[in-house]
Structures are given as C-alpha cells and as structure tokens.
Design a protein around this ligand. Structure first.
Ligand code: SF4
Length: 503
C-alpha cells in the first residue's frame, strides 16, 4: 500500500485505554507507585491493527483529518506509530495531532507542579519523536505538520520545532486547511510555520466529513463550539454548529462496523444539542438519545453544562426523560462538568454567561441544584475547578471550598486544575517555582477527601466490573484501593462517615 500522508501520534494517544475512557487520565500523570512500563501497560495499551498497520480504533481528531484528505482524493491513512517505518520511503509528510504534547495542559500540568515529575504523555511523545523511524523520516526530508487541541504548546517549545524539523503548526479546526496544505506539499510549495484558523477558515457543517474508520471508544461529535463565552476558554472563539442527526448515525454505524459498539457523544454541552441558544430543546435531545440507544451497547456524554442540566429538568423534566431512555441499556452515565469556581464575584468576572438562562449571581446554587438532579438520575459528574484565575482572592477560594463541602452528598469527582496563562511557559522554570498557598492546599485536600470517598463508592458499585480480558484493570483497581487505604490511615479515618446519597 502506498501512502503519501501518514497520520499518526504516539502511544499515549493511539490507544483505547482498554475500553475505559477514565483510564486515559493516567496518561496525564507520572507513574505513581508502579514502574513506568507497568503504568503504561495499564493506561496506554497497544491497539489492534490490520495487516497494513492501520489501527482499528484511532483518536477522533485524526479520523476527521484522514476523512477530509481521503474525500479530497489524497492517499492518507492513520498508521499506528509502531508501523510507520514501512511507509517512510514513499511518504511525503507525517501529520500528528495531540491533546497534550508536552504535558502543559490540564490536568497534566497539575501533576507536573505537584510532583515535579514529567507525566507519561510527554515522555511517550518525546520517545516517539526521537524514535528511529522519525529520525529516518527527518533524514529523508518528509514534511511534519502538527496540530490538534494542543497545537498552541509548540509556541512555548521553539527549540523543539527546530530540533524535530516541524514544518507547520495548525492551530484550530483543520479539516479545510489540511487539504490546502496537502496540495502545497505535493506541489513542493513553501509551507507556513504557523496557521491560526480563524472563523473564516473554520469548516462548515458540510465540510466536516464523516469518519472512515472507528474512533477510540466510539466517540462521535454532535456539536462544535459553545455559546457561553467564558473568558478562559478557547472553544468559545469557534462558531456554534450542530451536526445533523444523519451524520451522527452514520458515524455510529462506521464504529459498529469495526466492532466498536459503545458511543460517547461529544460536545461542549450535550444538553444544548439542537438548541437555538442556552435553553435545551426537548425534541432534538429525545430523538438523538432514542436513535443512539437503539444502535449502541452503551453510551456516555463527554460534557454538559450545569446550568443546562438544571434548566432542562426544571422546565421539561428532560433529564429524567433522557435517562429513562438510557436506562434501557445501562444503570448510570458519566460526564464531565465545569464548576470552575464557587465564588459569585469571580464567576461574574470570568464566565458571566456560564449560568444562563439564570443570573450568574446564583452560580453556587445552580451548581448544587444540578448536582442534585444528576444524583437523582444516576449521572456521575467529574467536575473541574480552575484555581489561580486572574483576580482570584483568598475569599474566592474559601467560597469554593465551602461549595465543595456542600457537594459532598453527591456521587461525583471534583478535580482542581491550575489556570496557567500560556505566557507563563516562556519561563521554563515556572513549574519548579509554583507554590501551593495554604488556601489552595486546603482546597486540594477537601477535593482529595471528596474524590477518594466517592472513588471508593463508584468503584464498588459501577465502574470496574470483573473482566478477564483486561487484567490490567484489576491492578488499577487495587492501586486505587491502596491509595484510598493509605489516605485513610494517614488521615486517621477508620471508617468513612456515611453520606446520604440522593438517588
Ligand atoms: S461553558 Fe465550557 S466550553 Fe463553553 S465557553 Fe465556558 S468553559 Fe468553554
């Protein structure tokens, strides 16, 4: 098979984490309590490939680039990193996409700051870029295009752009631009070093192609963009687009064809699928879920906003109605949500539309109401807090601690993440200099206690069921149990105080 464009990435991304998305979080940390090769075996196993080295499951973003190039007539395929050597002699370019090339994004950067050790995703990417095959590709003069959500990180590693001979960095949604770049590569034209994709070059719904092969764990995009406009978020700079249901179903069917039967609906806010603004609409959401549940063995959501959860349930009982559909197949659903802060003042400053259609001054109350609604409907949120937002004071952190305390009745995980302005990375020593102030340390401890309590509860009830095909999952389970036991021993907690669960 001749390939002009090899689309690939290192093992920390080219993996299905044994079918458990949450195991993927282990790739954002340095190895803890285990040798690195065992940590990697648990968190980033090799994926199945066909006889050409094409992975059966591959990251969704790479699948979109592959589809855009194939639809435009190019010989472009996703190739597993262990097999790229077969194609280097004939190929013209290697295209790489990543979520976190250098472990500078959340939550990798938190682990970096706390442990002062490099997370395994960055180690894996460096090994890949220094591998024999990649060195040979550089010697042969192949072009290197890098992109994906972490494209910005290259701007803070200029020495590596030079060392690894990166030709172009593509920052933004690349389906349209990548076709133009591929034409230039085949023509032998010059390539720009950095492309920022603004609104004018963002692909329209019609230009977003249907994937040709399966995505990792059945991830399927249902929306792009977000209308809320939080000041610290780049998603908000992109126009809002809803993927038509027919395209979503086509992608679910592509995944099923390759044996991937679960579905993860991806959107910055699944509850806003088919809406005109920030008010969820009943009809498109119910139709979407009926169609997905009819085809999938299991399903999950990537993200929902807390305001939309509250609004959907209070206006239309919509969360209960959707969960009635989902419970035909499974008994819980996991999802990421953003709390970001418990401070009304800071919320108003940094994310004034996050609570819409409610007033942002009610933010902590909205968070609590949404957590109660999710708990009553067996939705388990993994929530983020952003600490170190510009203008954050001690009082803001104390309000956040108080909110986390009030959320302790609800099965959930709450993870504080550092706000790190990209400019800080000009100073490479920043990680070493970062200090945990007392209030932040207290917030971290409150979240840790919350998370270990509920991790124990969730592990026992839901997530890790016996699965002889995945022995590594048993190791993960016992590692987590060990961490929980150690925490309880050090904190002198003989028995978790019983929390009334709202279900
Ligand atoms: S709600 Fe989430 S995705 Fe939307 S702008 Fe805010 S942080 Fe970004």
């Amino acid at each position: 098979m001749k390939i002009d464009f090899i689309i690939t990435v290192d093992r920390s991304m080219m993996t299905n984490h044994h079918g458990y998305e949450f195991v993927g979080f282990m790739t954002t940390a340095p190895p803890v309590g285990l040798p690195e090769h065992i940590w990697n075996w648990i968190s980033m196993p090799r994926v199945k490939v066909d006889r050409y080295g094409r992975p059966v499951e591959a990251p969704y973003g790479l699948r979109k680039i592959e589809a855009a190039l194939q639809d435009a007539g190019f010989k472009a395929y996703i190739i597993d990193p262990d097999y790229i050597g077969k194609y280097i002699d004939d190929a013209k370019a290697i295209l790489i996409g990543h979520h976190d090339y250098f472990a500078l994004g959340p939550p990798s950067s938190e682990w970096y700051i706390i442990t002062h050790k490099e997370p395994v995703n960055a180690r894996s990417f460096r090994r890949f870029m220094e591998s024999k095959d990649m060195k040979r590709a550089r010697e042969k003069g192949l072009k290197f295009i890098v992109g994906g959500p972490a494209a910005w990180q290259w701007l803070w590693r200029p020495e590596l752009i030079e060392k690894w001979k990166i030709d172009t960095i593509v920052d933004g949604e690349a389906e349209r631009i990548i076709v133009k770049l591929a034409e230039r590569i085949l023509d032998g034209s010059d390539l720009p070093l950095y492309i920022y994709i603004g609104v004018d070059d963002t692909p329209t719904i019609d230009e977003i192609p249907v994937i040709k092969g399966a995505s990792v764990n059945g991830l399927v995009e249902i929306m792009r963009g977000c209308p809320r406009g939080c000041k610290f978020c780049s998603v908000t700079l992109r126009p809002l687009r809803h993927i038509p249901l027919e395209k979503i179903i086509q992608e679910i069917e592509v995944n099923a064809l390759y044996g991937v039967k679960g579905v993860i609906l991806h959107s910055e806010d699944v509850m806003l699928y088919g809406s005109d603004g920030v008010i969820p609409r009943e009809e498109p959401l119910l139709k979407l879920h009926r169609e997905v549940v009819r085809r999938a063995e299991s399903m999950a959501w990537s993200h929902v906003s807390l305001a939309a959860v509250k609004c959907a349930e209070e206006r239309y009982n919509l969360i209960s109605k959707i969960m009635d559909i989902i419970f035909n197949k499974q008994d819980y659903i996991g999802v990421e949500v953003g709390i970001e802060t418990g401070s009304r003042r800071l919320a108003r400053l940094t994310m004034p539309a996050k609570a819409a259609p409610y007033d942002i001054s009610r933010w902590p109350e909205i968070v609590e109401d949404a957590f109660r609604i999710m708990s009553e409907n067996r939705i388990i949120p993994a929530a983020t807090l952003i600490v170190g937002l510009p203008g954050e004071t001690e009082e803001d952190i104390i309000e956040t601690i108080e909110l986390v305390d009030r959320l302790h009745s609800y099965p959930s995980l709450i993870v504080p993440m550092y706000f790190v302005p990209m400019g800080y990375y000009k100073d490479k020593e920043w990680f070493k200099k970062a200090r945990l102030e007392d209030s932040l340390r207290e917030l971290g401890m409150v979240c840790l206690k919350h998370d270990l309590y509920w991790a124990d509860w969730i592990l026992t009830r839901y997530y890790i069921r016996p699965n002889l095909r995945n022995p590594s999952i048993y190791i993960l389970k016992y590692l987590l149990k060990f961490i929980i036991r150690t925490y309880r021993r050090l904190s002198k907690i003989d028995k978790w105080e019983t929390v009334k669960v709202y279900t």
